[in-house]
Ligand binder design. Structure first.
Ligand code: CTP
Ligand code: CA
Length: 234
């Protein structure tokens, strides 16, 4: 095991990271979820702590084997709405915000107080969904001077060109300082320790590409964050 001495370049900074995947209840025993393990967000939190930051992790259903570093303050949430409420409450004092969580785009319009029973919908069932608010859009709208906001995008794409095109469009649409995009599919991107990120800036420029373990890509993303912050100061 190689011991890497990290620069303490995030000393004095407050970093808020969301991680994991939200769950939207259908009834008391069921939910709509996604495959996010929380691994990349937890790796980011540890990397930021290693580099001297004060770190808060807003965690939505991390996989059981994904454990946040003890130096990181953890706020547990479940639904997209709860995640948004937590991020809104914690973010005003943050210097860096990273939305690594997979946030549900829709919630069940009418959550059933009782278990949904098969005999009530023989042959099939239609669930009506309503759109959740966009948490990162709210954070961008409330962004204060000196705050750096990073979004993630997990995309199913045909090739690197499509990933870049989608990353650029999403960075512009979200108004974030940086967007880290990765390709996902049935057999890639989830439940893995490795990742590959394409990191674009607000203007769609490729700031960095990084691949390796989720620790490696976490440090690469923090490098990009610090470069962006440095560039803005001069
Ligand atoms: N996000 C958010 N609030 C939501 C949905 C997403 O803050 N309700 C954040 C994610 O945490 C991520 C970024 O927005 O950092 C991009 O998420 P993504 O799902 O890729 O983008 P969407 O705008 O939801 O577009 P789509 O799912 O249609 O690709
Ligand atoms: Ca989405």
């Amino acid at each position: 095991l190689a011991l890497v001495e990290r620069p303490r370049d995030l000393e004095g900074l407050s970093v808020v990271i969301s991680a994991g995947g939200t769950r939207e209840p259908i009834d008391p025993v069921r939910f709509l979820g996604n495959r996010s393990s929380g691994r990349q967000g937890v790796a980011l939190a540890r990397a930021a702590a290693d580099r001297g930051a004060r770190v808060t992790l807003v965690a939505a259903h991390l996989d059981a084997d994904v454990r946040p570093d003890p130096r990181v303050e953890v706020v547990a949430v479940s639904t997209a709405d709860e995640l948004g409420t937590a991020m809104d409450a914690i973010s005003p004092t943050a210097d860096v915000i990273v939305m690594a969580a997979a946030v549900a785009d829709y919630a069940v319009a009418a959550v059933s107080e009782q278990k949904v029973r098969k005999q009530d919908s023989p042959g099939g069932l239609t669930l009506e969904l309503r759109e959740n608010r966009d948490v990162v859009a709210g954070l961008v709208a409330a962004r204060r001077e000196g705050q750096t906001i990073v979004a993630f995008a997990a995309e199913t794409v045909a090739d690197d060109a499509e990933l870049l095109e989608r990353a650029r469009a999403k960075a512009a649409r979200k108004g974030v300082d940086l967007l880290a995009a990765n390709a996902v599919g049935w057999t890639r991107g989830f439940e893995t320790t490795d990742n590959a990120l394409t990191i674009v800036g607000a203007g769609g420029e490729v700031v960095a590409t990084a691949s390796g373990t989720k620790d490696d890509t976490a440090h690469a993303l923090l490098d990009a964050v610090m470069a962006t912050r440095g560039a803005r100061r001069h």
